[in-house]
Design a protein around this ligand. Sequence first.
Ligand SMILES: [Fe+2]
Length: 212
Amino acid sequence: MGLFDVHSHLLPGIDDSKAKWEGLEEIFRVYLDCGLDGVCFTPHLYNPHVKTDVLGIREAYARAKEMADRVGIMTAIGSEVYVNDYITPRVLPIFGEFALIEFSTTYAPMDMLGKIASLKPFIPIIAHVERYSWLEPDSAVIDEMKALGCLFQVNGKALEKGGKAERYVASGIVDLFASDCHGRKEDIIALSKAFGRWPDIMKKMSRYGLTR
Ligand SMILES: [Fe+2]
């Protein structure tokens, strides 16, 4: 099984990534040392707080992939799409199959369920589910999201603090962990620790086709 980090911002100069080309190979080596086999780059799309060089994604990905190949880390390209009140999102799907989506942390967008449903045929992944103040593990809307086929992702780093992230894991609804790494190695290390602590999540990821 090839275990992937399916949520990261590691393409230099593309979004709010802090990664630099000079340091990227070292970051890939951290993945290797942590026992992870691959990384999926998921640049922000439509995020009102982040400027993304959409036209530069393909070229940056090709360059990063070449470096990762040398280190022995698999790669994939996707996106993290911000769903707000106004936009019907278009996505760059992870593995051609999964739509990673995020929301405002302070309010749920209008017609959220309708917007999620419109992502079909892609399988929606709710990014860092622990982050939304308007959502709780026992919220009724979680069941409605599940009914639409949503998978729920928690950031490895958030689990270091316990709190809401851990409550989500304890509730059994979490399907995957990821780093959401913007260039800090600590986030990759935290992700591998989370996998070590909750190995069942790796099994879930494999079952859903989130491994390669
Ligand atoms: Fe992210």
